[in-house]
Design a binder for this molecule. Structure first.
Ligand code: CMX
Length: 467
């Protein structure tokens, strides 16, 4: 069954934007608020907005729930509020109503850069507004000041065997950050529900700020790339992340990271990582615990780990077929994957039904910066062949590429060749979207998630009784 996603998108996009933009005109134009100050202005507006929506529409139905949806991974089931972004099956993602090209156009850039700064995207996800350059550099400085991780977390990472997957290490370290959670402490101290959002905001900012140090440490521990440099408080978030990984010398790589984090940040609420973060947060687990759980979902091969799987698959193809394989040889390789009962990694999607605009954004970047890269050319060749094959195979509802089909090729080009690390970068990025929603969930008093489950026997009985 399908719901009218476009009209739902249109209807849900406008009220917050109308509300917040009108306030913006009267306040932010006059003074440079911080993100937290701006949130404090927006929260009562959105609380009233939600009250109104529930009063006007609370008893209206989206339509029937089919038994197939209950068995089928809840596809298309309207079940969650997620304000940062909405995904349209044909058009792809919009962050607070803005498409990826619009974000590239509107969000502040680094001096000399042309990709959006993820700091600006975070501001947009949280407020629905485009920040000023100054507000974005305030965020860069704030995150740099919060970036250090506790010594015991460093020790946890240093003691991990290099054979432990980087995503498992990442999740361990993020879980351990809960030791210093402002929310957990405030809760223990008896904080009132109306004030939850304050320490959730602080934890969320700390979470995002500390991820580069965790990612950098994992990268250097596992792949033996020397000592971690210090955070530079005059540089932006992506530059510092690039520096921790050892790639800040190349401005094109830093630009790539800015684009990468922006487009991987959020993909509405139902994907495994976002939904897990929201679900665990609904138990009032703090943002560190909630995001560590999200990372464990991201580490699955049907979700974020697909970016690693794509590279493994491409490398195997190259070693079997050599450089510049013919279309026929590539087609045969794709068919052998399918006939072996495996998925073609990087293709298909649970919601999207067209080429993922995140794929297109990365392809545009590659055409600008690395048009002659052999692996990029192979990815382009595969793009021309896989959709027809998936259509002929007849199972996948969406034969087009998703974000993961392209990301590893770009990282490889700049020398970040350790594919086991790729999902960690996805994990750094996805924190932006999950954290933004966690803040709003606590600000709006979102309840504990507790949907109804059924046994197969109960479903059988319900419909037998109705006959
Ligand atoms: N290759 C082969 N078969 C595929 C396929 C692909 N790329 N995509 C879907 N199919 C198959 C499914 O496995 C399913 O088979 P069964 O009926 O035997 O179970 C059938 O087609 C129908 O699946 P669907 O409704 O089209 O897709 P789903 O919503 O169930 O799953 C996804 C979506 C992404 C898990 C799936 O397309 C897939 O496995 N793709 C490859 C892995 C991948 O790239 N994941 C990353 C997604 C983006 C992200 O989250 O990072």
């Amino acid at each position: 069954m399908s719901f009218p996603v476009r009209s739902v998108l249109g209807a849900s996009r406008s009220p917050l934007l109308r509300g917040s933009l009108s306030v913006r005109l009267s306040s932010t134009a006059a003074k440079q608020t911080t993100l937290k100050e701006r949130l404090a202005e927006l929260i009562p507006i959105q609380q009233e907005n939600v009250k109104r929506i529930r009063a006007e529409h609370g008893k209206k139905s989206f339509g029937p729930v089919l038994v197939d949806q209950v068995y089928g991974g809840m596809r298309g089931l309207p079940a969650l509020i997620w304000d940062g972004s909405v995904l349209d099956a044909d058009e792809g993602i919009r962050f607070r109503g803005k498409s990826i090209p619009e974000c590239q156009d509107l969000l502040p850039k680094a001096a000399g850069g042309s990709e959006p700064l993820p700091e600006g995207l975070f501001w947009l996800l949280v407020t629905g507004e485009i920040p000023t350059q100054e507000q974005v550099s305030q965020l860069s400085q704030d995150w740099a000041a919060r970036a250090a991780i506790p010594e015991f977390v460093e020790e946890i990472l240093d003691r991990c065997p290099p054979s432990l997957h980087p995503m498992s290490q990442f999740s361990l370290a993020v879980t351990a950050l809960n030791h210093n959670s402002a929310f957990a402490k405030a809760y223990q101290d008896g904080i009132s529900k109306k004030d939850y959002w304050g320490p959730t905001f602080e934890d969320s900012m700390d979470l995002i700020a500390k991820l580069p140090n965790i990612a950098g440490r994992i990268y250097r521990n596992v792949f033996g790339q020397g000592k971690l440099p210090a955070i530079d408080s005059t540089k932006d978030y992506s530059h510092n992340l690039a520096s921790l990984l050892g790639f800040a010398e190349d401005p094109a790589f830093v630009e790539l990271l800015r684009l990468y984090i922006t487009i991987h940040s959020d993909h509405e609420g139902g994907n495994v990582s976002a939904h897990t973060g929201k679900l665990v947060g609904s138990a009032l687990s703090d943002p560190f615990l909630a995001y560590a759980a999200a990372l464990n979902g991201l580490a699955g091969p049907l979700h974020g780990l697909a970016n690693q799987e794509v590279l493994i698959w491409l490398r195997k193809m190259q070693s079997k077929l050599g450089e510049n394989p013919s279309d026929d040889a590539v087609k045969e390789y794709i068919w052998s994957t399918l006939k072996g009962g495996q998925v073609v990694p990087g293709y298909g999607h649970a919601v999207l039904r067209k080429t993922d605009p995140r794929y297109t954004a990365q392809r545009t970047f590659a055409l600008k910066h690395l048009p002659e890269d052999p692996l990029f050319k192979l990815v382009g060749q595969i793009y021309n062949l896989v959709p027809d094959i998936l259509l002929e195979a007849g199972k996948a509802k969406n034969p087009w590429p998703n974000v993961d089909a392209h990301s590893g090729v770009l990282l490889t080009h700049y020398g970040l060749t350790q594919m086991q690390f790729y999902t960690v970068l996805f994990g750094v990025s996805r924190a932006f979207g999950v954290a933004a929603q966690l803040i709003w969930d606590r600000a709006l008093g979102a309840p504990l998630e507790r949907p109804k489950s059924y046994s197969s026997a109960a479903i059988d009985q319900i419909f037998r009784d109705k006959q």
